[in-house]
Write a protein of this length. Structure first.
Length: 104
C-alpha cells in the first residue's frame, strides 16, 4: 500500500552545517505532501529504498521514518456481503449501481 497526504505547508530552517548554509528565517513551502508506503521486512531492501530516496529527494537530509507494522490478514472468510466493507459502501471509488447485493 501507498498513501499521499493532502497538501500542507512545510516549515523549516537550514541549520549550521547545511550545504546551503545556515539561515535565521523560518522558511515555508506550500503544497508539500507526505508520502508513506509499506515494504517487506527486509533490511537490505530498506537500505536500498533509503538510498534511492536520498538520491532523488531535494533535501540534503530528507525525513525518513521506518517503523515495523503488525499487519492483519484475511481469515479466509467469505466476506463479500459484509455491509461494513469498503466495496459495499458508496464513495467516489464506487458507483451505487455497482454495489454487491446481499440478503439478510
Amino acid at each position: 500500500n501507498a498513501y499521499q497526504s493532502a497538501q500542507g505547508i512545510e516549515r523549516y530552517r537550514p541549520l549550521d552545517g547545511a550545504a546551503a548554509g545556515a539561515e535565521n528565517e523560518l522558511r515555508r513551502r506550500p503544497g508539500t505532501v507526505e508520502v508513506s508506503f509499506e515494504i517487506a521486512d527486509d533490511q537490505a531492501l530498506a537500505a536500498r529504498v533509503v538510498e534511492a530516496i536520498f538520491q532523488a529527494h531535494s533535501y540534503q537530509e530528507p525525513v525518513i521514518r521506518i517503523q515495523p507494522l503488525l499487519a492483519s490478514r484475511s481469515k479466509g472468510l467469505d466476506d463479500r456481503a459484509n455491509p461494513n466493507r469498503w466495496w459495499n459502501t458508496t464513495g467516489d471509488w464506487k458507483k451505487k449501481g455497482q454495489l454487491v447485493e446481499h440478503s439478510a
